[in-house]
Write a protein that binds this ligand. Structure first.
Ligand code: 8YV
Length: 323
């Protein structure tokens, strides 16, 4: 047509991001709150120049082949990009935009909420008030470990891990530990000690996972690791469900290897309502709402558009994955 570049959007997105995109591009959208079926995605991408996607989409070589050589840029409404096949992008020279930074504060805030919900048993408390379980005064009822004088272990001290630690510090945490590929200069400001992963899981009363999902971290939390943890430990995961072997976590929670778990991410998502983890009082599951502050989701939708537009113009993206 020689006109505006064609883009496909895989979900209903905030108006702010969509309006900005529609000014510059010819937009087709899967205008639904449900994920686009893979066959529908494949049918809609031929000839597009840009793809605006979400983490629940699977953007693999088949999608890129279906789009054809016109596809220049993929932009995801997320900081995580484990749903996009990077090798296939690299081979085809397709650039990828993502949304780091702007969701850090919202995600760290939610993590504090999830941690406290799990350790101080907030959801159990609300349920008990509603269902008549609030009986006579029992001093140790609904008690759990507090943050004061605790050791918090951060698996992945990136942007989000740092923001979580900064928020937890005023609660009186005694020691911060972190593990990962490398020592981080910014850790000294907490301070946080760089320790081997094994040391972290053994010594932490709170283990908080905010690393990215990759070949190294897939299934990282398994039976062996949960066995090393303290029986009083609270496990919190806000990264990706696949970092955890959920069967092993279920066993750890039912046999008392660990005290409790708070998960904002699971495999699959949504987690089926009959999933064994949902039967446990000491497991809190949130529906992947880490970045879900209103302002943040709107800002993410705009940044995702800006990344895509820059990619289509052959300009540097505001936030681009280094391939
Ligand atoms: C999602 C997330 O982006 O950014 C990520 O990697 O996991 C979330 O912020 C959000 O659920 C919208 O898709």
């Amino acid at each position: 047509s020689g006109g505006k570049p064609r883009v496909y959007v895989t979900r209903r997105i905030p108006k702010e991001g969509l309006d900005l995109l529609s000014k510059e591009c010819e937009v087709s959208i899967w205008d639904s709150d449900d994920a686009v079926p893979q066959d529908v995605l494949l049918k809609n991408v031929p000839g597009i120049s840009g793809l605006y996607c979400l983490l629940s989409d699977r953007i693999d070589g088949a999608v890129m082949d279906a789009a054809g050589p016109s596809l220049k840029a993929i932009s995801t409404l997320s900081v995580g990009y484990d749903h996009i096949n990077l090798d296939e992008c690299r081979k085809r020279g397709i650039r990828i935009g993502y949304t780091p930074g702007i969701l850090t504060d919202a995600t760290a805030e939610l993590t504090v909420g999830l941690l406290l919900t799990t350790s101080r048993r907030l959801a159990e408390g609300v349920t008990n008030v509603k269902n008549g379980g609030w009986g006579t005064w029992k001093p140790m009822w609904l008690t759990g470990p507090g943050l004061l004088n605790s050791t918090v272990g951060l698996v992945g001290l990136g942007r989000i891990g740092m923001a979580i630690a900064q928020r937890l510090k005023p609660f009186g945490v005694k020691r911060f530990l972190y593990s990962g590929n490398s020592k981080k200069a910014e850790a000294d400001s907490l301070p946080a000690e760089f320790v081997p992963f094994e040391t972290l899981v053994k010594e932490s009363g709170f283990v908080v996972v905010s690393c990215s999902l990759n070949a190294q971290t897939k299934g990282l939390f398994n039976k062996k690791v949960f066995e090393m943890m303290s029986s009083n430990a609270i496990f919190v995961n806000i990264s990706r469900g696949a970092v955890v072997n959920q069967d092993d976590l279920h066993e750890a929670l039912t046999t008392g290897q660990i005290r409790g778990a708070g998960l904002d991410v699971t495999t699959p998502e949504p987690l089926p309502t009959d999933h064994p983890l949902l039967k446990l009082d000491n497991c809190v599951v949130f529906p992947h709402i880490g970045s879900a502050s209103e302002e943040t989701r709107i800002a993410m939708s705009i940044l995702t558009t800006r990344n895509l537009l820059a990619g289509l113009m052959g300009e540097e993206m505001p936030e681009e994955v280094q391939l």
